[in-house]
Design a protein around this ligand. Structure first.
Ligand code: GLY
Ligand code: MN
Ligand code: MN
Length: 436
């Protein structure tokens, strides 16, 4: 869990980054209807949660640096006895102040009346421009209300700046508490992958394996998946975001599982690929060893001094070389890389930032160059190879094989630490584990 005080520090840091005369307005996520009276499980907006730790919808946070009556104002739902009977207690105004550190808490119904006062005589409003129609409307209504007071000598903001740039820089580099939270998400996700490996055998269905994953997440109190589980037997693994998970698992096929739990709104993202019957065939092993070699080399390149694209370049080189050795590509390695010939079998990138969002925020390039790694960044390293069953010009032994291996990697002062390394991934390790 992120300690309460850390949310306060985040708000302070953001306010320090905002030039004088600024105010920031951040909206919660809205509940989302699944069908008629049923809502999807609520997931707070990551930016809002990062700054508030507050898990309720219908909330707006305002950061007004230097404001005498308090810099941190929250609009939220008042305590509601009827709601308490149906869905449980909400924090209410007092809870927002006492539990979540708001200097001032006001009913969300008073937003229209109170927001103009919070932005008047400030030049610049930071908010997620264009992301949420309601927020856009609230901000513009408040600005117009302030403009109407011009003759009273009140100045209205005239600059509107996307908040994401400042905020996402903060989110990109993780604190000790964030890393601890992500470790927990990783640890439970590793346990889930191990459980799935243990449960796997020919004749089981993909959804039965999905049930094992979800069971393991849930029994540890991690009730949300960071993204829908991919449980893809055989050639289904060649569909990168396959989530149908409804086919039977066949003897002699591989199973690709891409699944991660979310803990306190922080994600894990792990992929393992292993034989349904516990033994790799020769062609499966050859391709698997190649992906693993690419992944290990790519992970090795994660360290301060290297940049964001180094793991990808490394993986592409190892994979292309290996594809030539196995006869899946023909030609000179450098030319095949330049022409992107590998994209036929490896069509995605080698990773992404990881954090509160599985594809987390933060720029990948700065000043027109790839971003250098810094301690505290977390990324995935996830090369793969995919030979769809209909590749009729490819030797039949390779057809219908899809492999991806994905770990979560923390950049440290000295290099890196793999947060998800405890999930078996060497060939003999997987075979031994599945036969134990
Ligand atoms: N699970 C989504 C991804 O690996 O990017
Ligand atoms: Mn990923
Ligand atoms: Mn993944």
């Amino acid at each position: 869990m992120i300690p309460r005080n850390e949310f306060k520090q985040r708000r302070k840091r953001l306010m320090r980054l905002m030039p004088k005369g600024s105010v920031a307005i951040i909206a919660s996520a809205a509940p989302s209807i699944r069908n008629r009276d049923v809502e999807y499980p609520f997931r707070q907006d990551s930016d809002f949660y990062y700054l508030t730790g507050f898990n309720e919808h219908d909330s707006i946070a305002v950061l007004a640096p230097g404001r005498k009556q308090g810099e941190y104002v929250v609009f939220c739902r008042e305590h509601d006895e009827k709601l308490a009977v149906w869905v449980g207690r909400n924090a209410g105004l007092e809870g927002a102040r006492e539990g979540y550190g708001a200097d001032e808490a006001l009913p969300i119904g008073e937003l229209q009346k109170a927001l103009p006062d919070l932005i008047e005589n400030r030049e610049r409003v930071y908010f997620a421009i264009g992301r949420d129609d309601d927020l856009d409307r609230h901000v513009m209504a408040a600005v117009n209300a302030v403009r109407a007071k011009a003759r009273a000598g009140v100045r209205a903001p005239f600059e509107f700046v996307a908040l994401e740039h400042l905020l996402h820089e903060l989110r990109l580099v993780k604190s000790t508490a964030e890393i601890k939270t992500m470790r927990r998400a990783a640890e439970v996700s590793v346990a889930a992958h191990k459980r799935a490996m243990r449960a796997c055998r020919p004749g089981r269905y993909e959804y039965e394996i999905e049930a094992e994953l979800v069971h393991e997440f849930t029994r540890h109190g991690l009730r949300s998946q960071a993204y829908p589980c991919i449980v893809a037997g055989g050639e289904n693994a060649c569909v990168l975001h396959y989530t149908d998970n409804r086919d039977p698992l066949r003897d002699g096929d591989l199973l690709l599982i891409d699944a991660g739990a979310e803990h306190d709104n922080y994600a894990a993202d792990i992929t393992r690929t292993f034989p349904v019957n516990g033994r790799f065939s020769d062609p499966q092993r050859s391709l698997y060893e190649l992906v693993l070699e690419a992944q290990m080399a790519a992970i090795k390149s994660v360290k301060p001094g290297n940049h964001w694209n180094d793991p990808h370049d490394t993986a592409v080189r190892v994979l292309t070389k290996g594809l030539v050795s196995l006869g899946l590509l023909e030609g000179k390695v450098n030319a095949l890389i330049k022409d992107e010939a590998y994209k036929r079998f490896y069509m995605h990138r080698t990773g992404h930032w990881l954090g509160m969002d599985v594809h987390d925020v933060g720029d990948y390039r700065t000043d027109d160059a790839w971003r250098p790694f810094e301690p505290g960044m977390v990324l995935t390293v996830e090369p793969g190879l995919y030979v769809p069953a209909d590749c009729t010009d490819v030797d039949p032994r390779w057809r219908g094989i899809g492999i991806r291996i994905e770990d979560d990697v923390l950049v440290t002062e000295k290099g890196h630490e793999v947060l998800t390394g405890a999930a078996p991934k060497a060939v003999d390790e997987i075979e031994a584990f599945m036969h134990s």
